[in-house]
Ligand binder design. Structure first.
Ligand code: SAM
Length: 277
């Protein structure tokens, strides 16, 4: 079968199932055929066994399983990360959080210690450990997510200390120069309205930020002063409508609060410096 014939067949299947991601048809073929996307239009003869493999994957995608979970991997900041339904799929927007944290670490001209809270696949912690000389600790309350994060650290040769912990619970007495977190921040009532790919496949533990979506910001900020060194910084990813609320939460113990927008123009990252007592 030719590329265009098979692509049309897959898109028809997707449309029947309410999936508006024609590019996924290409990514499935890239994965199975092992050719680059730009070469796909030149593929003239896809074997019957490859057509079967491609259609099997397309059927899973038609059931709204995210492509990253089907392939078991995704890319973040130029590195491959293993993912499965026990961890959130790292998002492009989160690269902005990482970029801001890296800028700050590089400015400090010293070995900086970093705590990543809610590490999931380990994308944030592993990227920071790979791109800087920071000493990185990462916590998550999900044992299964930490198993994936550990595999990802190994595969990327990154030195990260992983700790199973409900926020700061198992890192008592430890202080860091930076706290970085992309915590669960979706309002509980909104979760069921999200795309099926997210609501039915990504772990609820990674999404649910409580009734107003702010539970984790409250909890992380409340105890941050016990886990930051003087002049310590905190970096959060936030929902598009949360910058004012998170700023308010930060104002008690933090100063120099800055907000950064994402590629879509929404406020996406907030960072601030611990106020001197
Ligand atoms: C939005 S996901 C972020 C995952 C990853 N850092 C990323 O950016 O792709 C939030 C993560 O917080 C973890 N989490 C939820 N509650 C937690 C808690 N009480 N303590 C530590 N981690 C928690 C979840 O398991 C999940 O991995």
């Amino acid at each position: 079968m030719k590329y265009f014939e098979l692509k049309n067949k897959i898109i028809e299947l997707f449309e029947k199932n309410g999936i508006d991601e024609p590019s996924d048809a290409d990514w499935i073929m890239v994965e199975v055929l092992g050719v680059s996307r730009s070469m796909l239009p030149f593929v003239q003869n896809i074997s019957d066994s490859d057509v079967l493999k491609i259609m099997d994957i397309a059927k899973k995608r038609a059931e709204h399983v995210p492509i990253a979970y089907i392939f078991g991997k995704t890319n973040f900041f130029g590195r491959d990360f293993k993912v499965n339904e026990n961890c959130l799929i790292p998002r492009l927007d989160t690269e902005i959080l990482v970029e801001e944290a890296i800028k700050c670490i590089k400015k400090k001209n010293q070995v900086v210690s970093v705590l990543d809270i809610g590490t999931g696949s380990g994308a944030i912690a592993i990227t920071i450990a790979s791109e800087t000389s920071a000493k990185v600790t990462a916590v998550d309350v999900s044992k299964k997510a930490l198993e994936i994060a550990e595999e990802n650290a190994k595969a990327n040769n990154a030195n990260v200390k992983f700790v199973l912990s409900d926020l700061y619970e198992n890192i008592k007495g430890e202080r860091f120069d930076l706290i970085v977190s992309n915590p669960p921040y979706i309002e509980t009532g909104v979760i069921e309205t999200l795309d099926r790919e997210v609501a039915s496949h990504e772990p609820i533990l990674a999404l649910d930020g409580g009734e107003d979506g702010l539970n984790f910001y409250r909890r992380i900020i409340q105890d941050a002063k016990f886990h930051l060194n003087p002049h310590g910084m905190i970096f959060f990813e936030i929902g598009y409508n949360q910058s004012q609320s998170v700023r308010k939460l930060l104002e008690k113990d933090f100063e120099n609060i800055k907000v950064v927008k994402d590629y879509g123009g929404n406020t996406r990252v907030v960072f601030a410096e611990l106020r001197e007592i």
